[in-house]
Write a protein that binds this ligand. Structure first.
Ligand SMILES: NC(=O)c1ccc[n+]([C@@H]2O[C@H](COP(=O)([O-])OP(=O)(O)OC[C@H]3O[C@@H](n4cnc5c(N)ncnc54)[C@H](O)[C@@H]3O)[C@@H](O)[C@H]2O)c1
Length: 403
């Protein structure tokens, strides 16, 4: 069979531990036999990041900006234990954080759903995508302990010489204080990314804050979303999709009662909490996809899970592992499809669709990695290790492509 040709390289970012092993298996078995893969390769594995003083992560992010589409393997974010384990020169920052700040993106997370794994919330029929604003608020806040009675103030000294001041609290005894911020520019980027993703995927967009209580801070998010929506309104009407704003508490109640099938844009903390709730309620972290979308239309695809360290240590001891490659395969299919759309390569788009369909065929026959076996209902699962699972997908993919 003639391999599918590509015109523009995909930015390939390799990673760490078990996902690095899966990465190679996926490429060798499911991509390279079928696609004349063009990539610009960046090794974001921890040893290489350490060796390059993390420059490789910055270069990879710049390449994503240049070419518009990247696919990333899960990577270790070092902590004290990793410093010793890898004899690191520094406790390098999270690669995802670095890439996010260079691309200025919003992270969209959506579960891969299959008929034999029922969401815990039984009325959810379609996936719910969480769009998390990944800048500011409590994640970039400063905090103080007030040791005793005293006055806490919020002060802004403008570069133009202006001065604003409000009292936070006149403490009668010890307490705690927190100062946080966001920027109009970041909120605007977030809004553009959300509206753009909604039109790309033809799904309704929900947005929630607590602007009844936070009448300046959260209200600013709502105002900016309303403003930015004006640029997308006509397109939304054309596609028959809607933008819906509601309070976060009302959104939570409505999400639980909904059928799913929409994007839920959340402020940073809400998104952090809600994406774990949604992924767990849909089944498994190993089935959660993640894509970073920048307001100027660059895409970076990855799995939402980490490097599955526990399985990697077993693998190193020669033990068989049954790590689920689904979210990583979907990172590849998402990136190849996006490349195909950008470059007008119908064959590449079809390949991405068939690869995902082959995954669904495999799971549909009950062939599954161990993490899914206990979750499946109405079918007798056939447990497989990672290699067997990938081989089963390949068999079905070959049939589909030959049809
Ligand atoms: N996007 C990323 O690059 C990313 C995200 C999270 C964590 N990490 C890194 O990954 C490493 C391990 O972190 P962790 O253990 O907290 O998270 P993890 O997602 O790797 O694993 C957590 C648990 O979830 C299950 N799990 C996750 N993915 C699975 C899969 N594909 N198949 C089967 N089971 C799966 C396993 O039970 C595992 O023990 C850390 O070094 C962390 O820094 C990277």
């Amino acid at each position: 069979m003639k391999k599918i040709q590509m015109t523009t390289p995909l930015v390939e970012m390799d990673g760490d531990e078990m996902t690095r092993i899966l990465w190679k298996m996926i490429k060798d078995e499911l991509i390279l036999p079928f696609v004349d893969l063009k990539v610009e390769y960046y090794d974001l594995g921890l040893p290489k990041r350490d060796e390059t003083g993390d420059q490789i992560t910055i270069d990879a992010a710049q390449a994503c900006k240049k070419y518009g589409v990247g696919v990333k393997c899960a990577t270790i974010t070092p902590n004290a234990q990793r410093m010793t384990e890898y004899k690191l020169h520094q406790m390098w920052k999270s690669p995802n954080g670095t890439i996010r700040s260079i691309l200025d993106g919003t992270v969209f997370r959506a579960p891969i759903t299959i008929p034999t794994i029922h969401p815990v919330v039984k009325n959810w029929e379609k996936p719910i995508t969480i769009a998390r604003h990944a800048y500011g608020d409590v994640y970039k806040s400063v905090e103080l302990k007030a040791g005793g009675p005293g006055t806490a103030k919020l002060v802004f000294d403008g570069a133009d010489g202006s001065h604003q001041e409000v009292t936070i609290q006149a403490f009668k005894g010890p307490g705690v204080i927190q100062g946080m911020h966001n920027t109009d520019a970041s909120i605007r980027s977030f809004a553009h990314a959300c509206f753009k993703y909604a039109t790309d995927t033809k799904q309704d967009l929900w947005f929630s804050t607590k602007d009844t209580i936070s009448k300046t801070y959260d209200a600013r998010f709502r105002e900016i979303f309303d403003e930015v929506f004006q640029e997308y309104k006509a397109r939304f009407e054309e596609l028959g999709i809607t933008y819906f704003y509601t309070l976060i508490d009302d959104a939570v109640a409505r999400v639980i009662r909904s059928k799913g099938g929409f994007i839920w844009a959340c402020k940073n903390y809400d998104g952090d909490v809600m994406s774990d709730m949604v992924s767990t309620a849909f089944g498994s972290l190993a089935m959660m996809t993640s894509v970073l979308v920048s307001p100027d239309g660059n895409y970076e695809y990855e799995a939402a899970h980490g490097t599955v360290t526990r399985h990697y240590y077993k693998y190193l001891q020669g033990e068989e592992t049954s790590t689920n490659p689904m979210a990583t395969i979907f990172a590849w299919s998402g990136a190849l499809r996006q490349r195909g759309v950008k470059d007008g390569l119908q064959e590449l788009v079809r390949f991405a669709d068939e690869l995902e369909a082959a995954c669904f065929d495999t799971l549909g026959e009950g062939i599954a990695t161990k993490d899914l076996v206990g979750l499946m209902e109405g079918i007798t699962p056939k447990p497989a290790n990672s290699a067997q699972f990938i081989a089963a997908i390949r068999e079905r993919l070959e049939k589909r492509l030959a049809a």
